[in-house]
Design a protein. Sequence first.
Length: 188
Amino acid sequence: MNKIDSIVELKNPKFVVPVKINYTQNGKQKEWEAVKTIDCVSILLYHKEKQAFILVKQLRIPVLYANEEDGMTYELCAGLIDKDASDVQIAKEEILEECGYDVPVENLQKITSFYPSVGISGTKQILYYAECDDGMKVSEGGGLEEEEIEVIYLPINKAKEFMFDESYQKTPGLLMAFYWFFDNILTQ
């Protein structure tokens, strides 16, 4: 059972920096609380032979903190842009690390970028699409040792039902990526 043991105010945060922003809008001084975070990449992976999306299921502590019952989320493969490498190279590395597929960089197609948490953060997420098959599988994936990622294969014929089933905690980027797939790939 996953549970929160304690909450401590951060003094020297590593990935998120809480800030109070003083600004002027239409001549009136205002303030806003936000967090400075790191941009990221996410990848919609489609397994051609299985006719399934490859998702990751993992514990997200802020989700557990928010609902106090279940912090497991269903997400696209994703990672922080926290090193000196191109966005597409980081996307390739995240696919290998989290899902176990060695997808060539040239097979990654940029879909778009967007801002998923505009009320609290200006973090940008860059969304890619890639297809894979069993010949590209080199490991079981699962992420880094501390991540405990479960690789999930969601058949595309179940994806629309999944999108609107509120019993699955999922990200808006995942929903947007599915819509893109149904409008751009499945119609071809």
